[in-house]
Design a protein around this ligand. Sequence first.
Ligand SMILES: Cc1ncc(COP(=O)(O)O)c(C=O)c1O
Length: 391
Amino acid sequence: MEFRRINGLPPYVFAEINRLRDEARHAGEDVIDLGFGNPDIPSPPIAVEKLAEAARNPRNHRYSSSRGLPNLRLAMSNLYKRRFEVAVDPETEVVFTIGAKEGLSHLMWVLLGPGDTALVPSPSYPIHIYAPLFAGAEVRQVKLGPGQDFFANLEAAWEEAWPRPKVIVFSFPHNPTTECVDLAWMERIVDFARSKEVVLVHDFAYSDTYFDGYEPPSVLQVPGAKDVAVELYTLTKSFSMAGWRVAFAIGNAEVVGALTKLKSYLDYGTFQPIQIASIVALNEAPDYPKTVNAIYESRRDTLVDGLNRIGWAVHKPAGTMFVWAAVPEPYQEMGSLEFAKLLVTEARVATSPGVGFGAGGEGYVRFALVENEQRIGQAVRNLRRSLTKLG
Ligand SMILES: Cc1ncc(COP(=O)(O)O)c(C=O)c1O
């Protein structure tokens, strides 16, 4: 059969690593899985308790609100005021989404169609590349990472694209490169968007995952950003609520309104007890992200210090729950996929090959900090034993 939108998708390179991991596990081997960024830290206990209580009330078993309960949107608006000193109207500038991925994908549906173009960094979290493609639009990739001048690349991509791009998708702290930006960077991209009349979609998945005194800015902190920008804020990493599927699109009222309308046709919102428990997480456990962060920080230190000790030079990221590591020089010729395969089969450590995040990710592997410190320490020992060509 011919399928629309699916047939053109390239083979999922992460699936190959997962297959090798599963084979090794079936053979009784212990594989330390630092591949998929699936958080292992529990969600706030107070939210779990509220979820259980709300689930027992039959009134909450009916369809809920697609755009999110009013108090949930209000809790989000209060968070932006508290955290970023940004005023957002919970009625017109906030809409609930079923995770950032769903929000981003349907945002592309309302912003783009065949004949349109989006500018997307390379490497990128895969849905940033595929969501515009699913909407029928073209994607132009803009190189990001060590040694790249992102704004020069952005300007060049803009100049080369015709018709002119309508949307720029970006995300900082950045998955997978862990690059972080400051408010001046956000001002620059807002200026760019205003001058070119392009919509900014900022995926702020790592809004609360930061270390060493650095604080990630929201694009909405830039005065006037709401004229051109929407931001996705998710409870997935901040509150370690990945499976709950709770996120928001926040910002430009016209764009938020369009997404709200589309979603009113597509879904009935998330199960109401989940929305109620999310209100409790936001209002009554506002510091939970700090607890989550402290765990990621010590895992980061264990991994980065350990890798540097065994002769694999990597830097400490100031944000995200990842470590982005250049394939060590003696192994570079293999490419990131073959190297990641070697890490699973020889060292019993699963990572994500950089090429899975687009051509710009070649030459790197990504470690996700989703196992505990003892296991990460064990991963470093396994790597030292197996990577015999390290200096
Ligand atoms: C950049 C980025 N955006 C979005 C997500 C997924 O967010 P959600 O669970 O809210 O869909 C992730 C998860 O890894 C991510 O890294």
